[in-house]
Every structure is written in C-alpha cells, then in structure tokens.
Write a new protein. Structure first.
Length: 805
C-alpha cells in the first residue's frame, strides 16, 4: 500500500477510502484507552504538569465592568462616548462619582449648620482627600477633575447668600428662590444639587421649606488609562471615608457615595463567594466510572480502559465539543464581559475533558489492583441487582409503549406552547436594585438616585460636531429648531433649565457686551479653542423613574439627532451604556442561541452520523433551552395561571439581563449532556459481552433492546451527574443575592428538564422510530460508495504494479 502511494498517485484518495472504511470512532477510542493503560505514568505526569500551569490563578485579579462591559462594542452608545471623549480631549470614558448628603434626623438640609457641614465635607473631599496608588504617588480629586473642579460651588454660593439673607432679609439683590436663585443678577441653578425640595409662597428669606438630599457630582477627565486606575483608587478611598463619617455618631450628616469603581467592587464580591462551588465536567467522570465498574475484573487494566473509552469516548467527546463550540460562539459576541465569560467557560470545559482522559483514566488504572477480582456478592446485593434489573425492564417496556409515547408527545406540545409564549414575551430589564448584593451599602444611594435625583433632574448632553455660522439666519434657525425639539419633549423641565451657549452669549452681549465687542468674530483667529469646533448644550428632563422611561427618552433623543444630519450631532447620557445593554440583550440572546444550535447540529452530525438522531437531539437541546428561558419568564409574567407543574416557578422572578444571559448560555451548553449520551447510545446497533473469555457481539435488533441498553448505560451516571451538579451549587443559596440565585435556578431547571428529556422524552420518541432510519450512517454511506469501485480498480492495477516493481 505504501509503495503504491508513490507509484500511483492518482489512486491515493481511493486507497485512503479503503483505510477509512476500516476505521470506526469506537475503535479509535478503544486504541486510545489501551494506549493510556500501557503508559499510565506518562499521561499522569503530563496531566499534572498541565495542572501546574494553572498556578497563575493565585494572582488573578477579578474585575467586573458593570457600566460598559455588557454593552456591545458596536453599540451606538460606544460611538457617542467616543465623540464625547474627543470633545473633552480625553482617552478614558467620562466618569462621575456622586456624593449624597442627608440629615440623620431626617430634617431639612438647608438649615445653616447642616448646610455648612455639607460644604465643609465637600471642600475636604475636593481638596484634601487623597490616596496612595501604585508607585507610591499620592493622588486626589484635583489630579483629574479638569474643567469640573468647581462643579459643586453652587452649594457654597448658596450657603454664603443664605447667611447674608438671614442677616438682611430685606435685601432685594439676593433672591433665594428654588429652582433658580438670583444673586446680584447672576442666575444660580439649584435644581442640579438640591432634591426632594418643598417650597412655599410665603417667605422672607427663601421659598425653600425642606431639602431632603444634597447631591454633589465629582466629574473626572481621564486623559490616560493610568488616570482611570488612579480615579478608581481615589473613589474607593472616598467610599471608605464616607462609610466612616456616617458611622460616627457625632456627625450630623449621612454621607453616601456611588460610582463605577464602587459598583464594580461590590459586584465582584458575589463572584468571589461563588467560585468554590461550581463543578465542571462531572458528567464525563460519572460516565467513565460507571463504564469502568461494568467491565469484567479478569481483563487487564489496559484492556478495561480501552473498553471504557470505546463506550463513553464518543459521547463525552460530542458533549465537550458542543459545549466548547457553544461558548466559543459566545466569545465572538461584541459584548466584552460576555465574551470573556464564554472564553473562560470554553477553556474550563476543554480542560475538564482533557483531565478526564489523561488524569482520571490513569488514576482508574492505578486503582484497579485494589479491586477484588473474586468478590463474593451477598444476598442483599443480589436482591438489589434483581430489583433494579426488574425496574429497568419494566421502565423500558413502559417507555416503548405507543400509547405512552403519544401521551408524552401531547404533554410536550403543551410544554412547548408555554415555553414559546414565555420566550416571545421576554423583555430585557436591568434592575440594578436586584442585581446588587443584598448586603452592600450602595443600595441606599442607588435607590435615592433612581427614585429622587433622576426623577427631578435627568440631563442629556448634546454635542454638535459641525461648526455653526451664526451670521447665516437660515443656519441659525436650523440650530434653534434642533434645540426646540429637545425642549418640546413631554418630560423636559423647560428652556430655562437648558444650558445653551448661544442663548447665554446673546444675553451677555445685550447685557454688558454691546459696547465692548462685536457680536460676530472669526473662529479662525482662535485655533486652539476647541469649543469653536464643537458646540455643547445640556437639556434637563424629569419624571423618568423607570428604565422604560429612560430607554424611550434615549430613543427620542437619537431620533432628533438623526433628523438633523447637517449638524453631525450626538447625545451623551450617563445611562446610555445601560440603555444599549437592554436594547441589545434580546437580539444578542436570540443570535447566540441560534448560532449555537446550528454549531451543535454540525458537531452532533460528525459524531452521531445519523441524520434522524441528529435532528431529534437538536430538537431536544432546543426544547430544554426553551423550557429554561420560557418557563422562567412566563411564570412571573402570568402568575395567575398556575398548574401543579409550573406553580413553583412563579416564585422565580428572573429577567433578561447580563446575568441571566450568562446563565442561559450555560443552560444551552449543559443541555447537550442530557441529550447526546442518550442519542449516541440508542443509535448503536450492537453491544459486546464477554462469554467464556471471549468478546461476543449481541445485535440490538429491536427498539426495546436498544432502549433497555441505552437506559442501563446512561440512567444512573446521568442522574448522578445532574444531582451532584445541583448539590454542588446549593451552598451558594445561603448568599440570597440575585447573581448566585440566577445560576442556582437556571442550573436546577436545566437538570430537571435535562433529566426529563434524556431519560423520558428522548428514549420514548426514539423507540417509536423504525430501526432502518436509525441504522443509516452518513459516514459509512460516503465511504462505502467510493470503496466498492476502488477495490475493483485496485485489483485491476495490482498485476501491472507487480510488473513495474
């Protein structure tokens, strides 16, 4: 054969087909298992060396970028943020840390002593609070505040004016009215810092009767990536300072703080608590042990390993490949945190498979001498075997019954109906109150910002990137119409709250500048002033208390910008990243699920090689995933409809958010484990037993025989794997936080629906399919068709080849 490869290159493909015909997947794994049994120490050492490469995890720094890590890189908010960074001349994203101050006695914050304490605390945070970063340098807010160093001076000005007005209530130059005060002709916007305000019409000093909370925003301009790290360190130092300040009983204020770094740090705590409890790859181990225990003890350890991998190798390889492919597809998604999660999961599942083969199998080899070859079975054990054998036979008879299959099919249609209804009605919802750990102290500031601050003051920044020639009347009216559209939205607070440079410029010119300078000037005379190239305005909105309101408002802002393409404008809002997360989650989930299902079908085709089995396996995987997504969503949206089957799900309030998306990806991957093993074992046409020291093949020529063989091989290890997986994650239930509970609920649902499909539905449906459809093998058909003609061709060429030699 080797000589003919060189003498007759044209027949290489044909000869290769002859070789391929003698190769089988089971035969390959049998040889591989025997090879491991012959050199177990080499595989064990190589596995331990591979394990040692994981020691770097000790110094692994866990980080979860909640703000933009779950926003697709292709989202519009990314482009808007890049334009805003370009406007600021910054390399980092705009950052804002919010400090909230409330009176501990629930009184008003505009009392002089409380207001003075608030101003002093603000000054300390701005000027004196510092922290030491890597390298030994000390940084404070002044190192990265840029243009925003004086963003909270309004509170200080109001305090000074309140002192003066208290001493001279009749002063007409000081009008301390909310929301806009007048200090000697200068407008002072109080609505940006004072919230929960109650006013009165009868007053001498100020119309403010009560201020619930004072909000101070510490904006930062991060010019470099190093600034981002320094700001994060300073923000955490501020968090510690505020916690200590509030806990001191002598202080009269409750000072709360929230920011991106603080949220990320608090979110990471749950991830670190969960890490010891997740077990990956246990299904492969249980199947391997189950196959090992069923091998005759009189066989050599190497032969037993060969038989074990011959039996379980194809199915565990199928499940591993489909799982890895599933997460590699997720790795290609444009969402950073989801991509990292999927890549890590793919690596973990791949290594779990490798460790099962090169570590677990050699360990079984070295454990074999400890097994007693002439073990005496007691009476109890014999009775137990007979009992379970009888259960197996009866269970197989029941599942192979046509009436049972019909009943299960009707039940499956009902199951699919509710699953599809729930999946269609699923909505993306980011509930930060629910996602945050229950014991985190940032719940209170987050609640205040969402329910009070954003309800009264919700600004949007609009960047106009094309220069505007105000001498052109049509162009000027075009810009004014653009601004008016923002101000005419229903929740806009009004034009008097809008920061529009052109209006301020006109007011100033007609006020004091009419005799000092020309209204028009050429921007080319000031080439270093970027404000002439970019125009910024801010419009304020209110009554946006839910994410539905904020999403709707963001879409309206973008629609306005799109209607004025000549301005090349863009909008930026502190929540734009979160809005795009929710807008993209549903489509991202559907795309990932569909691509994953397609790749699973391809992988199953390679290993199962029967189109009918592949089709049924794919439908079962989709059915399990549909049950996990649809039932959970449908249960809390339609709580009034409760059957005995779905009653417990009504308590599992899950939404489609970044956390549940990760859980859904896990569920799709896990669903393969409960399907591939059943499908693979059922399409086998024979089984092997040892009689009188010889391996004898017994044909599985009836549906009942195949069903019984399948159940006997997978029922116990599959149940062990499913139950042990649930047991492994149950300890994290004590955390009672949203993120751990999402994974517990999702994995529990996968195990429940997976065992139901793998041990009930799939065997029952497969047993109703004629065997000739399941015996059809694409690989054998492809190879055999070419081989028949190849053998004839080679027989004709053989004499000629002999003469040439």
């Amino acid at each position: 054969l080797f000589i003919s490869f060189f003498l007759f290159p044209g027949t290489k493909t044909n000869e290769l087909l002859v070789v391929l015909k003698s190769i089988s997947l089971k035969g390959f794994f049998r040889l591989w298992g025997t090879f491991i049994g012959q050199f177990p120490i080499a595989f064990l050492i190589s596995g331990l060396i591979l394990c040692s490469l994981s020691c770097g995890i000790i110094n692994l720094h866990l980080r979860d970028n909640v703000r933009d890590g779950y926003t697709p890189r292709t989202s519009r908010s990314r482009q808007e943020t890049n334009l805003y960074r370009e406007f600021l001349g910054s390399e980092g994203d705009p950052a804002m840390t919010t400090v909230l101050m409330l009176a501990k006695d629930n009184g008003s914050m505009h009392r002089l002593n409380y207001l003075q304490e608030a101003v002093q605390t603000m000054v300390y945070i701005s000027k004196n609070l510092s922290t030491t970063v890597s390298g030994g340098s000390t940084v404070g807010y002044g190192n990265f505040c840029g243009h925003y160093c004086d963003s909270n001076v309004v509170v200080g000005y109001f305090l000074q004016a309140l002192y003066q007005k208290t001493l001279d209530p009749g002063s007409m130059s000081l009008q301390l009215t909310y929301p806009i005060a007048d200090l000697r002709g200068i407008k002072l916007h109080l609505e940006r810092n004072f919230f929960g305000v109650q006013t009165t019409d009868n007053y001498n000093i100020t119309n403010i009767e009560y201020i619930k909370v004072i909000s101070m925003s510490f904006m930062a301009e991060m010019k470099t990536a190093a600034d981002t790290e320094r700001l994060g360190a300073w923000e955490l130092e501020l968090f510690d300072y505020c916690s200590k300040y509030t806990s001191a009983h002598s202080n009269m204020l409750e000072v709360l703080v929230i920011g991106a770094e603080i949220v990320d740090t608090e979110m990471n705590k749950d991830g670190q608590r969960m890490s010891p409890y997740f077990a990956t790859g246990v299904n492969d181990s249980f199947l391997t042990v189950h196959a090992w225990l069923r091998q005759p003890l009189r066989l050599s350890a190497a032969t037993r390993l060969g038989k074990v991998l011959e039996e379980v190798g194809p199915s565990i390889t199928t499940t591993t490949l489909t799982n890895v492919v599933t997460f590699l597809i997720g790795w290609l998604t444009p969402t950073e945190e989801i991509s990292i999660f999927c890549f890590g999961s793919a690596m973990a599942l791949g290594f779990a498979y490798i460790y099962t083969v090169i570590i677990f199998c050699p360990i079984l080899y070295y454990c074999s001498p400890k097994e007693t070859k002439d073990a005496h079975e007691g009476c109890f054990r014999r009775k137990g075997k007979r009992f379970f054998r009888g259960v197996l036979l009866g269970y197989s008879r029941v599942l192979s019954d046509h009436r049972i299959a019909l009943l299960l099919f009707i039940g499956t249609l009902v199951y699919w109906y509710f699953g599809i209804m729930g999946t269609i009605s699923i909505t993306a919802k980011l509930d930060t109150e629910k996602i945050l750990p229950k014991d985190t102290p940032i719940h209170r500031p987050n609640r205040i910002i969402e329910n009070i601050v954003w309800a009264e003051y919700y600004p949007v920044t609009v960047i106009v990137n094309n220069p505007v020639d105000v001498r052109d009347v049509d162009r000027l009216n075009y810009v004014k119409a653009f601004v008016n559209e923002f101000e005419q939205l229903p929740t806009c607070r009004g034009s008097n709250f809008t920061i529009f440079w052109l209006r301020d410029y006109v007011d100033y010119y007609w006020g004091v500048g009419v005799n000092d300078f020309d209204f028009y000037f050429d921007a080319d005379e000031y080439p270093d002033e970027k404000e002439f190239g970019y125009k910024k305005l801010a419009v304020v909105y209110e009554n946006n208390t839910s994410w539905d309101d904020r999403i709707d408002l963001m879409l309206k802002w973008r629609a306005i910008v799109d209607r004025y393409p000549n301005l090349n404008a863009s909008v930026w809002n502190v929540n734009s990243m979160f809005v795009d997360q929710m807008l993209s989650l549903k489509s991202l989930t559907w795309q990932t699920c569909l691509w994953t299902l397609l790749c699973m079908t391809i992988v199953c085709t390679i290993f199962i090689q029967n189109p009918v089995s592949v089709l049924i396996a794919t439908m079962a995987i989709a059915s399990i995933s549909l049950g996990v997504m649809g039932k959970t969503q449908f249960s809390f949206r339609t709580v009034s409809f409760r059957t005995a089957l779905f009653r417990y799900l009504s308590f599992w309030h899950l939404d489609l958010d970044p956390v549940s998306l990760c859980a859904v990806l896990i569920s799709i991957g896990m669903a393969v484990d409960f399907v591939a093993h059943t499908t693979y074992h059922y399409q086998l046409s024979y089984r092997e037993v040892i009689r009188d020291g010889q391996i004898v093949r017994i044909d599985l020529d009836t549906q009942y025989a195949r069903l019984r063989h399948t159940i006997s091989n997978i029922a116990w290890p599959m149940s062990q794997a499913g139950i042990s997986t649930v047991i492994c994650i149950l300890p994290i239930v004590v955390l009672q936080n949203y993120i751990p509970l999402v994974f517990v609920k999702t994995i529990t649902l996968v195990v429940i629906w997976g065992l139901w499909h793998g041990l009930v539905l799939l065997p029952a449906f497969l047993s109703q399919i004629p065997l000739y459809l399941l015996n059809f093998n694409c690989y054998r058909l492809l190879v055999s068709g070419r081989t028949d003609s190849t053998l004839q061709e080679m027989s004709l060429l053989a004499p000629e080849a002999s003469m040439r030699i």
